[in-house]
Every structure is written in structure tokens, then in C-alpha cells.
Ligand binder design. Structure first.
Ligand code: GLU
Length: 295
């Protein structure tokens, strides 16, 4: 059974790009006679707000979408992500990292040859502290994140690490391609954040497996994430979904939309009297729609 999902984070109002994502996924489920799930990715308690979650339901209903209930809210499953992280801790695949963001950047700049070329620039590769030093910091209550050790993940998977592949489909599902995964490109990524104890990568991959998602359909900005997610699936023995990535909606200057672009929010579009079926048509036929610039 074909299962896909739309997984927004309630950190702002949804914009046209989210509409394209949600409609693309929902249409794909419809075409395949499958299921369309909505998942609220609200692990970041400082940025997520209940009114944005309410707005998600309102905006998606306005678009004419229907989704299964109850909706999975990640904030209600922190224990599940904690258990998954615990497995990695027990297997020695993650380590405590006490560094601040500034220290991480500094390390990358000082040793660029160690940094793999990540999707957002050079990525960090670190190492566990020696036990004595770590104990002192823990006793002092120093905050830390859990980072995946790419080196240990590679050792754990052996030859499978290099052989990992990703199944990628065209948006209509007519063509499928197998591409080689580059699971190390994010470096030693944070899987347990200092604040929430989990991370987008861990929670999202966990939930795709828990919810039986067969097709991950999302914007091409998240295409690199599939490489890391493939690694997590292999480490946990979770099934590997098929990926479809849609082009991003940009503004007139070619810049991708962000939640701060008030004019492109679904709420603003609705308030201007736009009809939702116009957006549906856009999602069906669009390649790279250009929004008129505000100025
Ligand atoms: N929650 C993520 C976001 O809003 C999307 C996650 C996903 O589709 O994998 O960007």
C-alpha cells in the first residue's frame, strides 16, 4: 500500500511552497489509491507555536485536503525518539559533544581538510572526549548534544556503508532511478539536540518507519537529507522509502520562499480572495512558478 505524508513544522504560517508539497503528496496518494498522512513536526519547543499548528489545519482544509486522524504530533513521541537514540548510545555510534556552535565553526575553519563537503558547506567531524574530561563536564552540568560518529557508523555497517543506495522517482512515479548514497556528507550530525533530546533527522526518519511511509515526497531542498536518512534506516534496520523531490517555489528573484515571506503565506493569499483551486492547478502543472515580487 502506497503511504506518503506531509510533515510541516509549526514554526510559522505555511506558504505557497508548502501548498505545493502537500498537494503533490496528496495527489500522489490519490493516484496510487494509497494513504496521505499529516504529521506535525513540533520537536522544537522554542520555535513551535499552537497557533501555527491550528493554521496548518485551517490552510490544508482550505486547499481541500483530507488526512487521516489522529494526526501524529512529534512532541507526543519524544520517548520513542529517546529510545531510538538510546540504541545508538548503547552501540557506541553516537558521542557527547559539548561544543558550542561557534566552537564547531572554529574547528571546521581550522581543519577544513577533515570537513566533508556538506549540503550547507563544510560539515563537522569530531570525536568523543576522553572519559575523565567528559566526567568533569557532566558533573559541572555542561549541556551537550549527541552526535552520530560517521567513522563508527561506517565501521558498524562495513561494506554496506559504501554500497547504500537511494531509490528516487519522478514526481508522477513513472521513472525510478537508483542512486548511490553519500551518507557521510553531513559529517557527525547532531541526532540528540541539547534542548529537545532528538533532532529532525532522527525523529522524521523514525516516524517514516513507524508510520509505514513508502514514499517520501518533499521539496528538493531536502534531497541531500535523504542520504543521511538512508544511513539511519540502515543502522536501525528500518525500511528504505522511495523518494520524490519537487522543485521549490521561488520569488521573482529566484529566491526560495521562506516562512518570513508574509505575502506568500496561504493565509495572506486566502485573505486576498484567491481561490484554493487556483493553487491546486498550480501544484499540478507547475515547473518553477514565479511569484510576483512585492516591490
Ligand atoms: N518538518 C520539515 C520541514 O517542515 C519537513 C520534513 C520532511 O518532509 O521530511 O521542513
Amino acid at each position: 500500500m502506497f503511504v506518503t505524508r506531509f510533515a510541516p513544522s509549526p514554526t510559522g504560517l505555511l506558504h505557497l511552497g508548502h501548498a505545493v508539497s502537500a498537494l503533490t503528496a496528496a495527489r500522489a496518494a490519490e493516484a496510487a489509491g494509497g494513504r496521505f498522512l499529516l504529521r506535525i513536526e513540533d520537536i522544537d519547543r522554542t520555535r513551535c507555536r499552537p497557533e501555527f499548528e491550528e493554521a496548518i489545519y485551517e490552510d490544508l482544509a482550505w486547499l481541500g485536503l483530507e488526512w487521516e486522524t489522529p494526526v501524529r504530533r512529534q512532541s507526543e513521541h519524544l520517548d520513542d525518539y529517546g529510545r531510538a537514540l538510546r540504541q545508538l548510545i548503547e552501540r557506541g555510534l553516537v558521542y557527547r559533544c559539548f561544543k558550542t556552535r561557534a566552537e564547531i565553526l572554529d574547528d571546521i575553519t581550522r581543519a577544513p581538510h577533515l570537513a566533508p563537503d556538506g549540503p550547507d558547506g563544510p560539515a563537522f567531524i569530531g570525536a568523543p572526549l576522553d572519559p575523565g574530561e567528559e566526567r568533569t563536564l557532566l558533573e559541572a552540568g555542561a549541556p551537550f548534544a549527541w552526535r552520530l560518529s560517521i567513522e563508527r557508523a561506517r565501521a558498524a555497517l562495513g561494506a554496506r556503508f559504501e554500497d547504500l543506495t537511494i531509490e528516487v522517482e519522478s514526481l508522477d512515479g513513472a521513472c525510478r532511478e537508483t542512486i548511490a548514497a553519500d551518507p557521510g556528507m553531513f559529517g557527525d550530525v547532531v541526532l540528540g539536540r541539547k534542548d529537545s533530546g532528538t533532532s529532525y533527522h532522527l525523529a522524521s526518519t523514525h516516524d517514516d518507519a513507524a508510520q509505514g511511509v513508502t514514499h517520501v515526497i518533499r521539496g528538493e531542498d531536502l534531497a541531500p537529507a535523504a542520504h543521511l536518512h538512508r544511513l539511519l534506516q540502515a543502522l536501525f534496520g528500518w525500511p528504505a522509502p522511495i523518494y520524490r523531490h519537487h522543485p521549490l517555489v521561488t520569488d521573482a528573484s529566484g529566491r526560495r520562499l521562506a516562512k518570513r515571506d508574509r505575502a506568500a503565506t496561504l493565509r495572506a493569499i486566502r485573505e486576498q480572495g484567491e481561490r484554493p483551486d487556483a493553487l491546486s492547478a498550480l501544484a499540478r502543472f507547475y515547473r518553477r512558478p514565479q511569484l510576483r515580487s512585492e516591490g
